[in-house]
Design a protein around this ligand. Structure first.
Ligand code: RP5
Length: 160
């Protein structure tokens, strides 16, 4: 079971690598590729329409600005697509967020938060989707969450 992580530009990688790092925590295989909705539209069509046949189960797509990548990827595949709004210089990622989340009814993209937290959570959500069918991944997610909770409960004093 594999996750496809795509992004509109190499410049998105410092954000999108947090999705990859999260998948690594759970031992989930992934591939990464620059695929631009505007600069390489045919590559996007080919990538998304062949993803399911290539064993991809979830696509994580990050883009900034006029961020059409997640929505267009979702147009070419029935796999779940998780969109990560990359923080843009001009509008701090509000443009990316609105471009990704305002999908018209009938083609769904699950939109995460702007930037690094969104990328990390896209990796986590992809793992949770795969975990529905895979008890080993599910157990790792449960352990990850328990450790997170225990860490906070063990150190409740913010001044320490
Ligand atoms: C988008 O344009 C990319 O996803 C990136 O976030 C943004 C800027 O791209 P570069 O000019 O850095 O290549 O397509």
């Amino acid at each position: 079971m594999k996750v496809g992580i795509i992004m509109g530009s190499k410049s998105d990688w410092p954000t999108m690598e947090h999705a990859a790092l999260m998948l690594e925590k759970f031992g989930i295989e992934y591939e990464t590729k620059v695929v631009s909705a505007h600069r390489t539209p045919q590559l996007l069509a080919d990538y998304a329409s062949s993803a399911s046949d290539r064993g991809i189960k979830v696509i994580i797509a990050g883009a900034g600005g006029a961020a059409h990548l997640p929505g267009m990827a979702a147009a070419f595949t029935s796999l779940p697509v998780l969109g990560v709004p990359v923080k843009s210089k001009a509008l701090n990622g509000i443009d990316s967020l609105l471009s990704i989340c305002q999908m018209p009814k009938g083609v769904a993209v699950g939109t995460l938060a702007i930037g690094e937290p969104g990328a990390a959570n896209a990796g986590l959500l992809a793992a949770q989707i795969l975990g529905c069918q895979n008890p080993e991944i599910f157990a790792k997610i449960e352990a990850f969450r328990k450790e997170q909770t225990d860490t906070i409960l063990a150190n409740p004093n913010p001044a320490e």
